[in-house]
Design a protein around this ligand. Structure first.
Ligand SMILES: [Zn+2]
Length: 328
């Protein structure tokens, strides 16, 4: 049946009518708020390239978490910035490290009111800024696995609800799963950054996490952006190694990858809408070129529409405020 019998516009005449047939509903219960905790005296230090986002002390972090709880945001993704760094990123495994201490404080204060997911990687902890230990100028994959697994275990011992390895080393999901299982943490899920692309959109994050590589780039371990089939192979490997949730990162330039992953894999799917996506919208909105609220909601809905079950976004607090009202 075609025009004039069928007229799609009939169902678009009224907001309630549009609501009835809405195919993708964004909801606060699927949002994760990334936060940066730093070993420092100041309570919070704004990140110039990410308006509205700050590096936080443990005390500042607790205030942010309190707000997240009040807004019914179910989870945070925690990144740590240590006071000192070294060649092997040993701070990542320190049981009194910044992430481990912050996790214990959050759990003591908020218990089950919020899920703490921790980023597992070495780039915030290594003096050279790469995501693993070096052999010459190359990141040594297999050496790095041991440290990543030890780091994940230290997070579990501190009380996290989930670990999220972001390093893109081969075999790290299995290494972490075995280490957790062998130490009584078989109940802790792994959300793997399964298809993580070497992206220009990470620039502002590196200011936030103080993790820019001191030489070279991360193309030797993160994925090359023209590749789609390779993402499916990466995800397949992580699923086989025991990933409970698979992630695609970044989100907006990789909606095709999200849609394919949703179709191909029977696993919950997360999308990380990264710092560059956030900053692009912030800049355009503050210049008055796009409407902030409409752009953020449309962008986030597009990520859900592509197939993401979980959306990790720096807009989580604003989204939670807006989504508690029904109209957009
Ligand atoms: Zn890293």
């Amino acid at each position: 049946m075609g025009f004039p019998e069928y007229r799609p516009r009939r169902l678009r005449r009224d907001e309630k009518l549009r609501g009835l047939i809405e195919e993708t509903a964004c909801s606060t219960k699927h949002l994760v708020l990334p936060l940066f905790v730093k070993e420092m005296d100041e309570k919070s230090v704004p990140i110039p390239s990410m308006p509205g986002v700050s590096q936080l002390s443990v005390e500042g972090l607790l205030q942010e978490v309190e707000e997240a709880v009040r807004l019914s945001i179910p989870a945070i993704l925690l990144f740590g910035i240590p006071a000192t760094k070294d060649e092997t990123g040993s701070g990542a495994c320190d049981k009194d490290g910044i992430v481990q201490r912050a996790t214990r404080e959050i759990k003591k204060r908020f218990g089950h009111d919020i899920l703490v997911i921790t980023d597992v990687c070495l780039c915030e902890y290594t003096s050279h800024g790469h995501c693993g230990v070096l052999k010459g100028n190359e990141v040594d994959n297999d050496e790095t696995l041991t440290i990543l697994a030890a780091s994940a275990l230290s997070h579990a011992e501190a009380g996290v609800d989930m670990v999220a390895p972001s390093d893109m080393m081969d075999g790290r999901v299995r290494a972490i799963r075995e280490r957790l299982d062998g130490n009584g943490f078989s109940h802790i899920p792994i959300m793997s950054y399964a298809a993580k692309y070497a992206s220009a959109l990470y620039g502002p994050f590196r200011d936030a996490a103080e993790s820019a590589p001191q030489f070279g780039d991360r193309k030797g371990y993160q994925m090359d952006f023209p590749n789609q089939r390779e993402a499916l192979r990466e995800i397949e490997l992580d699923v086989a190694e025991g990933a409970d949730i698979i992630m695609v990162k970044p989100a907006l330039f990789y909606l095709d990858i999200l849609a394919l992953a949703k179709k191909e894999f029977n696993r919950p799917l997360a999308a990380y809408s990264v710092s560059g996506e956030y900053t692009m919208v912030q800049c355009a909105a503050s210049a008055g070129y796009v409407d902030y609220k409409r752009t953020v909601i449309e962008m986030t809905t597009s990520i859900a529409r592509a197939g993401a079950d979980i959306i990790i976004t720096y807009f989580a607090k604003d989204l939670a405020r807006w989504l508690s009202n029904t109209t957009r």
